[in-house]
Ligand binder design. Structure first.
Ligand code: PGA
Length: 281
């Protein structure tokens, strides 16, 4: 594995940097690029930056992007009363439609929250495999659960080689998501989700993990500098054999800087990133 820890001062700078990694993947991926998307608060600014870069710097290249870009979402809630026409009030699908799916592309995929979850898991496992085969470069964006280190909805205790499965959200995740997306009302947070497994995620050629804010500092340190364990799903990334970028701001990097020192971090600009992606292709 080639792993770069990046520390930018602010979430804004970090998100701009992350967007440049995706730009490099589109430009230097030399072929079909599959972007594994994540939802939640963390990637919002990264998607805004990606849209800005594509609109401002690649005006006129829409056809090229339509040929070579596909999006594949990591996870989705299971919503018992949703239908294809009537999505729930808080919807990952709408979030993606209003952000990253606005970039010209030829296909996008998301676990359907309104299909029998067992059936949908089988279906989505096939989707993941087919898209992985289609892609010349598969680049996966990830956030991380504040306290437990979940990636996608892989909860603590999930086998590190899991495929697409139904996850039962733990209390911490329900509380965190209630605060972020449901005005603190835990009763409104769906209790189950369909998620790509850690085994699927580790198939990516490039992984970009973003974590911002002081509440993520300890879990980021634990994931990468303490024991690898199913209890901290993100620690599975230490077995990853692709190219990994861990992108932090000053708050989320604080525990690593205190305990491990500043040398952990590499200072890269967008030209370095281009070269790294090219070298890995
Ligand atoms: P967040 O969620 O981006 O909203 O902090 C991260 C996660 O739960 O994976």
């Amino acid at each position: 594995m080639q792993c770069f820890f990046i520390n930018k001062h602010t979430r804004e700078e970090a998100s701009e940097f992350a967007a440049r990694i995706f730009e490099a993947a589109f430009w230097n991926g030399s072929g079909n690029v599959l972007v594994g998307t994540a939802t939640g608060q963390t990637p919002v600014l990264t998607y805004k930056n990606m849209q800005r870069i594509f609109n401002e710097e690649y005006d006129g290249y829409e056809e090229e992007f339509e040929e070579c870009i596909r999006f594949m979402q990591l996870d989705n809630y299971v919503s018992d009363d949703a239908t294809a026409e009537n999505l729930p009030e808080y919807s990952y699908q709408r979030e993606l439609e209003e952000s990253i799916w606005k970039i010209p592309h030829n296909a996008h995929f998301i676990p359907r929250e309104y299909i029998d979850p067992e059936e949908e898991c089988k279906h989505y496992e096939k989707v993941v495999e087919e898209q992985r085969n289609w892609a010349d470069l598969y680049i996966q964006l990830l956030g991380i659960g504040d306290k437990d280190g979940h990636i996608g909805f892989n909860m603590p205790g999930t086998p590190l080689d899991a495929g697409v499965h139904i996850a039962t959200l733990n209390e911490e995740t329900i509380e965190a998501n209630a605060k972020k997306f449901f005005n603190g009302d835990t009763s409104k947070v769906p209790k189950k989700a369909i998620t790509m497994g850690i085994g699927n995620i580790l198939q990516a050629d490039v992984i970009v993990l973003e974590a911002f804010g002081s509440e993520k500092a300890e879990i980021i340190h634990k994931s990468f500098f303490e024991d690898m364990t199913e209890e901290v799903p993100a620690s599975a990334l230490r077995t990853y054999d692709g190219l990994l970028f861990v992108i932090l701001d000053d708050e989320s990097s604080s525990a690593i800087r205190e305990k491990e020192g500043d040398d952990v971090f590499t200072n890269l600009d967008k030209y370095d990133v281009n070269q790294i992606i090219l070298d890995n292709n």
